[in-house]
Design a binder for this molecule. Structure first.
Ligand code: NAD
Ligand code: SIN
Length: 485
């Protein structure tokens, strides 16, 4: 039997590209090994998707939806296997991976409902006949996934794309490739026709070959650096639908009146969930000067010091490792840079074990620091700034080129109302962690966090184009100046 590196036109193949493996950052064990797709295989995958589009796009909506409901049931039947596969591959703790598997299952019903609301059909009677609105699929979509939600986030593009009648070529993250094979198996069991979803494993070379191929769209979730490169790649090609979901440097303003312990819980959850590897994690905490701010900071520090860190199999651990030992070293280097620029450690982030991904959570007070770069550090590190006024708090919160998530922790309704209009963030929560998005809402941000193609509830929007028709039942003569009687 061939290896399961590539899935084209309903058949598994060995990859003919570069060999690679994924290593569990909690144990150092190899969790996946195989070969990436060669450029020729990528072309065949796209050609297969294009051929499949001809029939999939004209299937009745109901039939496509039925197949996806069966996919949902397949995912549900393999939920614990999916969770463990994700944990072993990228290290997140099992309860967190089970949450991801649950979100993958929930995505099907949410996407169907969203499609009806955002990209369904509409008819209105007009004087001459009817105004009619429907939506059509784009064609062949390349789907790129990130490592932090290797199942949920590509699934969040693939499900609405297939529902709308597109076909896809999926390039999973090379840091967490394993769950993609289970997704394919579940869709095959569900009866998805060959060619509708093709899989090409591999790293950037495979991704680059996919970008060069004959696509109608790219649905991407990943870093701003990669998203910007993709945007440049397609410059001058408005016919390509490009949905970019990227990172953030997310602020949270905590302000009295509010219980300091409750504020600390919300802040620590939002910053340290999934070891800080959610795009919506709190990166920058803005606190008032004075005793209330001191109390909140001490309480967040107490939580950072108490957090239990462990391998995915440890049911009592809140945080697993970062995705790799290199990511752990990069987090320490980032913290060193902040301190070299005047940051003061409240709780220092430290790498726990050389060669693995474990780090402890950190908090750095950057109030006096100079030239702090506006960069996303994808790990459990909070940068704290103390300010004198709410005005200054909003100014600091908005001092970023990103605009993904933000938070306000405060019991005063007036502060919340001001925050809504003053803080620039696509996801802006009150007295809730910044991380832990709802699939029943749009997910996307302003600035460098995306290109205004929000995902989740709004994914239906970028998966189909509207077709508007004025329909008269019979051709009738029209009167116009100069026309013959
Ligand atoms: P990444 O940008 O490194 O990789 C994402 C995907 O793009 C991978 O499949 C990768 O192989 C591919 N890729 C990377 N460089 C490429 C290139 N030059 N050519 C072709 N393909 C390329 O992202 P990551 O490190 O896997 O994920 C973490 C990032 O994703 C963080 O910045 C995080 O904020 C962001 N993210 C955003 C959201 C969101 O919805 N806004 C959600 C999750 C993660
Ligand atoms: C993410 O997509 O990285 C985060 C989603 C969330 O807010 O949990």
């Amino acid at each position: 039997m061939s290896a399961r590196d590539v899935f084209i036109d309903g058949a598994w193949e060995s990859g003919e590209g570069v060999a690679f493996e994924s290593v569990c950052p909690a144990t150092g064990a190899v969790s996946w090994s195989g070969h990436g797709a060669s450029p020729q295989q990528v072309v065949r995958a796209v050609t297969g998707a294009r051929a499949a589009f001809d029939h999939w796009s004209v299937e009745p909506r109901q039939r496509r939806a039925e197949i996806l409901v069966r996919y949902r049931d397949q995912l549900a039947a393999r939920k614990s296997e999916i969770a463990e596969t994700i944990s072993r591959d990228m290290g997140k703790v099992l309860w967190d991976a089970a949450g991801e598997a649950g979100a993958m299952i929930g995505k099907i019903d949410l996407s169907s409902a969203a499609q009806s609301e955002r990209a369904g059909t509409k008819e209105t009677e007009a004087a001459f006949g009817r105004l009619q609105l429907d939506h059509r699929p784009h064609g062949v979509m390349a789907v790129f996934g990130p490592f932090n939600f290797p199942g949920h986030l590509p699934n969040g593009h693939i499900v609405p794309a297939l529902l709308a009648g597109n076909t896809c070529v999926f390039k999973p993250s090379e840091l967490a490739p394993a769950v993609a094979n289970i997704m394919i198996e579940c869709l095959v069991e569900a009866g998805l026709p060959p060619g509708c979803l093709n899989l090409v494993h591999g790293g950037r070379d495979t991704g680059a070959a996919l970008l060069e191929s004959d696509l109608d769209g790219v649905l991407f979730t990943g870093s701003a650096k990669t998203g910007i490169a993709f945007h440049r790649h397609f410059a001058g090609r408005p016919e390509i639908i490009l949905a970019l979901e990227m990172g953030g440097n997310n602020p949270l303003v905590a302000w009295p009146p509010c219980d300091a312990a409750a504020a600390a819980d919300i802040i620590a959850q939002g910053a340290f969930l999934t070891t800080g590897q959610r795009c919506s994690c709190t990166r920058r905490l803005i606190l008032p000067e004075g005793k209330w701010g001191d109390d909140v900071l001490s309480a967040v520090a107490a939580r950072a010091e108490a957090i239990r860190i462990g391998p995915w199999s440890d049911e009592t651990a809140f945080m697993g490792p970062l995705v790799s030992a290199q990511a752990a070293v990069a987090a320490c280097t980032f913290q060193d840079m902040l301190m070299a620029r005047g940051g003061r450690p409240v709780v220092a982030l430290t790498q726990q074990e050389p060669g693995l991904g474990f780090v402890s959570p950190g908090i750095i007070d950057v109030t006096e620091a100079q030239d702090v770069p506006d960069e996303e550090l994808f790990g459990p590190l909070i940068q704290v700034t103390r300010v004198a006024t709410l005005e200054q708090a909003f100014a600091r919160a908005n001092a970023t080129k990103y605009g993904l998530a933000g938070g306000v922790v405060c019991d005063d309704d007036e502060v919340w109302q001001q925050s809504l209009v003053r803080m620039r963030a696509g996801i802006l929560n009150r007295n809730r962690p910044t991380a832990g998005a709802s699939g029943a809402l749009p997910f996307g941000g302003s600035g460098l966090s995306g290109n205004h193609r929000a995902s989740a509830w709004y994914a239906a929007d970028y998966c189909a184009w509207p077709q508007a028709s004025q329909v008269a039942p019979k051709a009738a003569r029209m009167q116009a100046v100069g026309f013959p009687e």
